[in-house]
Unconditional design. Sequence first.
Length: 283
Amino acid sequence: GVTRFRGAGGDPEIGRAAVEESIDEVRAALEGSDIVFVAAGLGGGTGTGGAPLIAELAKELGAIVIGVVTIPFKFEGNVKKRIALKGLEDMRDKCHTVVAIDNNKLLELYPQYSLRAAFSLADEVISNMVMSITESIAKPSLINIDYADFKTVMLRGKLAALGIGKSSTPNRAEEATFSALQSPLLDVTYEGLTGAIIHVSGGDDMKISEAARPAEIVSELMGDEALVIWGARIDNSLGSNLQVSLILTGVESTELLKSKEEPKPLEEKEIEEIMEELGIRPL
């Protein structure tokens, strides 16, 4: 195969070629799907190169396509960041909505985590978000998310940010909501928001009024044109905590806006340095 079981070596072109090599298998896996989540870590070869092609194929097959991507930690270097921002633009072109998670924001929220735990935390956040949404649509929940409303929000979502808040105080619904709003996992501006998907989780003691309160707060903060939908489910593992997860659509990323500035052409020496850092041998 293209990678010879050694990965893409940080080269997005190899990552894309690897997906192209298995395109029939990918197509078979995607056919018949109503919603497709394409999760990828950006900045390397496999995710940056392969994910946009998978998203493009899923859209051609008629699915709602939601990209869920991570932006590299700062300590991973500027080359990875540059590749990641290009990959984010590619995903925006191919997906209906892209939920971007900046790993550096995760570290700000959880500074006590070890290096190993920091890398796995992003995976956990993504898997929990996808599971919460899909279960709230497909499985009986306290309050189900309506599929038609979900589709409307996602089809016009563009770039989205994820916020997570948790509280066990007497005013836990309000505190968890504002915590989620104040700590999005991507540096964004909120002008022109198109929608919000809210998922509320709590133990058996969660009241309907508490489950509904986050949607009321977010609706008050957003414009009349924005569509807010919400769902809730019981999760006794949270104990006395109430957790609010928000997906805010139509945001603009300050990092992405910077990356859209007209880039200067790379000098040959710069190209050689990038290839050397990535471990790519010249042809």
